[in-house]
Ligand binder design. Sequence first.
Ligand SMILES: [Zn+2]
Length: 302
Amino acid sequence: MASPTAAAPAATDRSGLRLMHVHAHPDDESSKGAASTARYVAEGAEVLVVTCTGGERGSILNPKMDRPDILENITEVRRQEMERARDILGVSQSWLGFIDSGWPDGDPKPPLPEGCFGLVDLEQATEQLVREMRRFRPHVVTTYDERGGYPHPDHIRCHEVSVAAFEAAGDPERFPDAGEPWQPLKLYYHHSFNRPRMQALHDAMVEHDLESPWEERLRDWKPEPEWDARITTRVPCGDYFGVRDQALLAHATQIDPDGFWFAVPRELQEKVWPTEDFELVVSHVEAPTPEDDLFAGIAPDA
Ligand SMILES: [Zn+2]
């Protein structure tokens, strides 16, 4: 589909519409789809972020926060960071309560730690998410693609659990003790971390004589046109990049304010790539693609 346009979204009333984002760790809700989240909240939709794990095994990625007192209390610290991000984005949030698998470092990769989310029984995890879906009754659900967006075992698990729960939530035969069946209408994968976007931001930085954070990354990432062609949906949300940035900064142990997240000036991002991008994977409503709205084709309380 064509490149994103800078057309400002018309103010729309989203009352009665509900969106669920399923994420692996605290901070994923702020690094993926956060500006469209902020936009939908501003327009009156209800958004629930479901966080599968507590991020217990996340490394501290901000040098200013790499202190023993933080590391000792990382679970509690990340819980507080999540609460701040939740309030900034204006969403509600729930934890599925699984344990972070950690990033398996080494070649060959070490086995995953016992009891972690990456090893948890798929049926058990699916039932927990089905319970959340039947309670919140989302019209739209988002998750990661089958590669996990990036190959963290928790992200791949999150994908598997989300797809399974989307399918099971409306089926009265599945998990009868997990609440009244509810069929969400659309399932999306996040695709915002795509190569054409990175290339466009990189080119704009070079053009403005600014140092691009993406030089090396682009060299190593060979173009994947078929993968990029999977994008069906570009949600204009440039006006909310500021909210997204505040939510990111709330995750102080994970986000370095001097790092690549903030290397591209926001005005440039708004001009060059003012959308967040998604792939519509399942739809139970008439929703011709390409589209620019996760709720396209859905009436409130349909
Ligand atoms: Zn994550």
